[in-house]
Design a protein around this ligand. Structure first.
Ligand code: FAD
Length: 270
C-alpha cells in the first residue's frame, strides 16, 4: 500500500471563491480527492486499525497506529490526514456513545460506508472550548443547535458531524455537550473549502447549524471530557504525522526548506 502513492492533488485556482454546498462544491476539484483516498484506506482495512475487533476493527495499539500514520505520511500526507480525521470522531463516539449509537455508527465507519467530520472550532473559540458560542436548546425528543464552526476537516465529504455546543453558558466547560449531527439535516450548511497552505486535498470548511434538530452524544455537560478524551488519543497520531513529514519531506517541502531565508542571528544555535 505504502508504495502506491495516491496522487497528491494540487489546489485548483479560485476554489476559495466557491460558496455553499451543492453544485458549486461538487464542482470543486478538491472534493473528489477524499473518495479516492477513502477507497484506498478501505481496501487496506486501515479505517478500523485502532478499534475493537467486536466492531470490525483490528484492535491495534497506539504505537502500531503511530507507525502506520508515520509511514503513510511518508508517501501521502493527505491520506494520513484523512485517516486521523476518520479516527477522531470514532474515539468520541466510542467514549461517549450509547450502545445504540455505537452499533449504528462505528461498524459502518470502519467499513468506510459513512464519513464523519469533527466540528468543534469556532471563529472566536479554538483552544478554549469553554468559550464555544454554538447553543443547543433542549426540545421534546432532542435538541436544537444553532451556531457556526470553522476548519472542520473533511466536512465537505462528511455524512455526519461530531460537534460540540453550549447547553448551559453559565457553567463554563461543564456547560459543553457533544452531539452527532446528520450533515444532510435541514439547517446544516457547509461552506467552500478553506484556502489552506497544506493538506489541501482534505477540505476544511466552515459549517453553520441553523436550528438543527439532533440528539446528544454522551451526557449533558460532558462534551468537554469527550473532546479532551478524543483529542488526547489523536495527539500522538498528529505527532507521528509530523515525524513522517519531517523525515520524508516532499520535493516541494525540501525546496521550501532550501529556499528559506536564514534565521536571525540571535535565533541560531552557536
Ligand atoms: C489544517 C487545520 C485543520 C483543522 N481541522 C479541524 C477540525 O477538523 N475540526 C475542528 O474543530 N477544528 C479544526 N481545526 C482548528 C484547530 O483545532 C484550531 O486551530 C485549534 O484548536 C486552535 O484554535 P485557534 O486557531 O482558535 O487558536 P487559539 O486558540 O486562538 O490559539 C492561538 C495561539 O495561542 C495559544 N494558546 C491558546 N490558549 C492558550 C493558553 N491558555 N495558554 C497558552 N497559550 C495558549 C495556542 O497554542 C496558539 O499558539 C483545524 C485547524 C487547522 C489549521
Amino acid at each position: 500500500m505504502l508504495r502506491d502513492r495516491p496522487q497528491c492533488d494540487q489546489p485548483a485556482p479560485g476554489t476559495g471563491d466557491l460558496a455553499g454546498r451543492g453544485q458549486q462544491l461538487r464542482a470543486c476539484p478538491l472534493h473528489g480527492a477524499v473518495p479516492r483516498r477513502h477507497a484506498l484506506l478501505i481496501t487496506q482495512d486501515a479505517l478500523g486499525l485502532p478499534f475493537q475487533p467486536e466492531l470490525g476493527g483490528s484492535g491495534e495499539g497506539m504505537l502500531t497506529c503511530c507507525l502506520v500514520i508515520e509511514e503513510l505520511t511518508r508517501v501521502c500526507y493527505n491520506t494520513s490526514y484523512l485517516l486521523v480525521m476518520t479516527w477522531q470522531p470514532f474515539y468520541a463516539i466510542s467514549h461517549a456513545g450509547t450502545a445504540e449509537q455505537k452499533e449504528r455508527f462505528l461498524p459502518p465507519l470502519i467499513r468506510g460506508e459513512i464519513k464523519f467530520s469533527t466540528a468543534n472550532t469556532e471563529p472566536e473559540a479554538g483552544s478554549d472550548m469553554a468559550a464555544l458560542k454554538t447553543r443547543a436548546r433542549p426540545v421534546p425528543g432532542g435538541y436544537r443547535i444553532s451556531g457556526s464552526k470553522v476548519f472542520a476537516s473533511n466536512a465537505a465529504a462528511a455524512d455526519y458531524f461530531v460537534t460540540f455546543a453550549n447547553t448551559d453558558p453559565s457553567a463554563g466547560g461543564k456547560g459543553i455537550t457533544a452531539f452527532i449531527v446528520d450533515a444532510n439535516a435541514d439547517g446544516v450548511t457547509v461552506d467552500a473549502p478553506e484556502d489552506k497552505i497544506g493538506g489541501r486535498a482534505i477540505p476544511s470548511c466552515a459549517v453553520t447549524f441553523d436550528d438543527v434538530e439532533e440528539n446528544r452524544l454522551g451526557a449533558e455537560g460532558q462534551g468537554f471530557v469527550t473532546a479532551a478524551t478524543c483529542f488526547t488519543k489523536v495527539r500522538p497520531l498528529v505527532g507521528a504525522r509530523a515525524v513522517g513529514q519531517r523525515l520524508h519531506p516532499t520535493r516541494r517541502q525540501r525546496r521550501a526548506r532550501r529556499d528559506r531565508p536564514p534565521a536571525p542571528r540571535n535565533h541560531r544555535r552557536e
